[in-house]
Design a protein. Sequence first.
Length: 397
Amino acid sequence: MSRYRLQPTPAQEAALLEHCGHARFVWNLAVEQQAHWKPGRKGAPGFAEQCRQLTEARAEFAWLRAGSIVVQQQALKDFAQAMANYFGKTHRKPTWRKQGRGEGFRIVAVKPGDVRRLSRHVGEVKIPKVGWVRLRWSRAVPEGVKSFRITRDSAGRRQVAFAAIPGPIPAPGTGEVVGVDRGVAVSAALSTGELVSAPALREAEKTRLSRLLRKLARAKRGSNRRAEVKLAIARLKARESDRRKDWIEKTTTDLARRFDVIAVEDLNIRNMTRSAKGTLAEPGRNVRQKAGLNRAIFAAGWGALVKRLEHKAPGRVVKVNPRYTSQTCNACGHRAAESRESQSRFACAACGHQAHADVNAAKNIRDTAAGHAVAARGRSGLPRRMNREPRPVLLSL
């Protein structure tokens, strides 16, 4: 999606908040209807039946009728799609939406004249029952958009995202395969020897964040002071998130342009970042250490990196089994846990080969995926180094 920053007036911001409230109300009603269903009971109403119920509710309640029917119906349609994704086992079950978290709504049937440019960096988008709202024209809006979504993050920033799927990045056609090893200390190590890491907050920003968190712990719940501190914390975290997203976009674009095949580890990040706190009967161990590891994994952007690679290079991303990739020597193939001397140092216990541990693992990932390389030049699709004839083996009689 193409995302742009909105710049609404105070009156427009109030109207947008009202749209968000209506969309959240309709969504939560749909969640409640679905939760009421149990085996043996009548099935929960579908999208068509819910739209009929929405019409009756709008006729009865003036505050709901004052809102946009497009916003409210699209909330029901989004819920129907979320349930389809849940039954398709691709997403989790839809849950309740809370005020101030994940606020947003969708507008469909967008006409060509509903988005216009005013000057070099200023544009406008037409929103039902709100009017023309200004946006920052950071780049050209995709042509032929049929819908867009208005969102509000925890830092209070309004954004509009136009539904436009960009085309994939074409392969260079060189037959090159690269392995990518994801880590915590180094976000991504390439088999070429490159080490790239997601940007984080600067030291001064980390110090300020720690001070704000202590201030938040002392603030009284429900007070204006607590709300101000929470907003300041959200803005700092949004800054870090924006930097990470920018790094992911640039890194994935670079990889898609340079290599025909991109090999990554097939990691179950959801299970890897599961909480270790346990239950009251069986409390977990090393809970604080595991929580810190989970935060480091999220900060490295493991999931988003592979997801964007699959968007930009469809059919060229190969997932391999990560088992023993960090313990196997890429030079001789010997596998031993003691070869991994530290986080960054690998010294083979058999042949003495030394390398950066993450780069060695990335090379193993590349070699594992080499057999699945996509034919880029009409041959096997493997790099030239892997296309060479095997050396003859002399057997002693």
